[in-house]
Design a protein around this ligand. Sequence first.
Ligand code: ZN
Length: 224
Amino acid sequence: MSVKKYSKKKDSAKKLSKNFSVSEFACKDGSDEILIDNKLVSFLQKIRDWAGNSVLITSAYRNPVYNSKIGGASNSYHTKGQAADIVVKGKKPIEVARFAQSINVKGIGCYNDDLFVHIDTRPTKFYWYNQSCTPTDTFLQSKYKTGNYSVKADVLNIRTGASRSFSCKKFSQLTSDAQKQILKIAGYKVNGYVKSMICTVTQIKDNWGKTPSGWICLDYCQKI
Ligand SMILES: [Zn+2]
């Protein structure tokens, strides 16, 4: 990482890469100082080359005063010259986010609601959706589809949400249909789906599927 200081007055026309110039990174309040991380420029150029179309930077450097005025997070990567919000002509935000993930950008915000993508050069991975900042592990499409699955694990936890951080449901919290199936196969009350049970998945999130009783990890199931 190498963040450099530029002057809007002196350096505006200066080329940073094939398709990007200093002026595009300037703070929107018209102030002179501009901070730009050359790693950010390199990511943007890769996105530009992939898209084969214009990449509009709607916001890059923000001085701390301007950043607080527009309600930006106080430690925002924009204030360090390490972030850019972009609109890529001809590409949906999710397509841009997926490409950014593929070139190992660690900070990616996919704003499907506002039709832009935020990228930054933070060192550890954090991906999110929209102003709500909903975290996601990946922007890649799930390899799983909705439908019926047979359980392959001896006991498969059923969780209240689509990740291991959500709590597991108890037998008493499952649907009566699931309880009947479990009792029939296992012969006693188990806190989860049991091997060879059939469950219907109506929603997919990454490698998790939503069943009537809760979320299950589809890595332990077989599509039927
Ligand atoms: Zn941003």
